[in-house]
Design a protein around this ligand. Structure first.
Ligand code: AMP
Ligand code: GLY
Length: 426
């Protein structure tokens, strides 16, 4: 099978790594890929959906997997499906679950999926009225896609009103913020749960935990994610059962009933409050960096999982995971997440330690290859060091040993990834 992966990040690179070790896969393509994905397959620079579908047809590509939300929300799946091409991801209509927070919250309410109490509005007066009924902290969210920045956790009613005012006037997020969601703050711990869906059936992957803040102890500004691990011991069979029954099944049924069956990855942002999973948000793609830990935990062939989900035949797939843990530590460039940084050459020491050679690897993200073949850090999140092990402690140690062997000017990473799980293992 030949496979095209759409996207350029560490998430797409890790999907490439999983497919690379799959005997059923012959050739991989990335559109556009990054400066390291050319070692796994061929990078192609086509972004127009119809031109990409032409490329798929003329190169005998059997399956396309879409990494980021942008092309999904813009309808890449609809274009490919109209031409009879197998593609993994939701349609434009189904991608609204991520593309519009208002759509998502109203959908959850219609189908009685547990979520924070909220209002959606484009009226400042209505927003103020609801804010007056809430105790701080208060959460204010822009409706549309804001690259992960559209959520304000206000520490007072005044701050919440200010945030609502700035969003509604278009000052903070342009058109993405001219409608907003105001909701109650949920106090608990966060999980990232992923269900691979084929419209009707689903497979739940081991639950992961991301670390969104830039600095140790969850301090500093929000980022796309500075590290993750899976499976997390913070989830138990009871939580998985509640997620199946109260969240995933009603969501798939509801999407089908509303004429937009959900195919692809349903990324469920969960807050566990007193043992109850409450939904913070849906995304319609893998989390990054969660994908980088989940892909190496997949024991059965990655092509089977993605292809059968894409063609509506997950029921016939037998999906297995290794009984192991994975910890991923993001290395980011100097000025992340504030601004882009100057390109910096990446030097990787010779890997001499057996455990690192066998049980740790790099998933490359914001990197470019120079004319001389050297690799440069050119993006915000540059790469992810992933360690595998029989415990989180072991996986964590291997991930950080690998981090110690990678150098570029200005590199920054958190040193406490998986701290909540490590405390439980002690
Ligand atoms: P979202 O994009 O909706 O997932 O929000 C981004 C982050 O803001 C989440 O990962 C949470 O850490 C936080 N957040 C969002 N909504 C809430 C809420 N209702 N209560 C507490 N934290 C929240
Ligand atoms: N790591 C969280 C996200 O991809 O949105």
């Amino acid at each position: 099978m030949n496979v095209l992966i759409v996207g350029a990040g560490g998430r797409e690179y890790s999907i490439g790594l999983a497919l690379k070790k799959d005997d059923a896969v012959e050739k991989l393509y990335f559109a556009p890929g990054n400066g390291a994905s050319d070692t796994l397959g061929e990078n192609i620079s086509i972004s127009d959906f119809n031109e990409l579908a032409d490329f798929v047809e003329s190169n005998g590509i059997d399956l396309t997997i879409v990494g980021p939300e942008g092309p999904l929300v813009d309808g890449i799946v609809d274009t490919f499906q109209a031409r009879g091409l197998a593609i993994f991801g939701p349609s434009k209509a189904a991608a609204q679950l991520e593309g519009s927070k208002i759509f998502m919250k109203n959908f959850l309410a219609r189908h009685s999926v547990p979520t924070a109490a909220y209002i959606e509005t484009d009226s400042l007066e209505k927003a103020y009225k609801f804010i007056n009924t809430l105790q701080a902290p208060i959460v204010v969210k822009a409706d549309g896609l804001c690259g992960g920045k559209g959520v304000i956790i206000a520490q007072s009613q005044d701050e919440a009103k200010k945030a609502a005012g700035e969003m509604l006037s278009g000052n903070s997020f342009g058109d993405a913020g001219t409608s907003i969601v105001v909701e109650e703050f949920l106090d608990g711990y966060e999980l990232s749960v992923f269900a691979i869906c084929d419209g009707k059936d689903f497979v739940v992957l081991p639950a992961a935990q991301d670390h969104k803040k830039l600095l140790n102890d969850d301090q500093g500004p929000n980022t796309g994610g500075m590290g993750a691990y899976a499976p997390t011991p913070l989830v138990n069979d009871e939580i998985y059962r509640k997620l199946d029954e109260r969240v995933i099944k009603p969501t798939l049924k509801g999407m089908e009933e509303e004429g937009m069956p959900f195919t692809g990855v349903l990324f469920i942002g969960v807050m566990v409050v007193n043992g109850e999973p409450i939904i913070l948000e849906y995304n319609v793609r893998f989390g990054d960096p969660e994908c980088e830990e989940l892909m190496p935990l997949l024991k059965s062939p990655a092509s089977e999982l993605f292809y059968k989900a894409a063609v509506g035949d997950l029921k016939s797939a037998s999906i297995e995971f290794y009984d192991k843990y994975a910890v991923g530590v993001v290395m980011a460039s100097k000025d992340y997440p504030y601004k882009s940084s100057q390109a910096a050459e990446i030097i990787i020491d010779d890997i001499v330690h057996d455990n690192i050679e066998a049980d740790a690897h790099i998933s490359f993200a914001g990197v470019s290859r120079g004319d001389d073949g050297k690799l440069f850090a050119t993006g915000g999140r540059v790469l992810v060091c992933v360690g595998m092990g029989d415990s989180i402690t072991q996986a964590h140690e291997r991930a950080y040993m690998l981090c110690g062997q990678i150098h570029f000017i200005g590199k920054q990473c958190r040193t406490d990834i998986a701290y909540q799980a490590l405390q439980l293992e002690e």
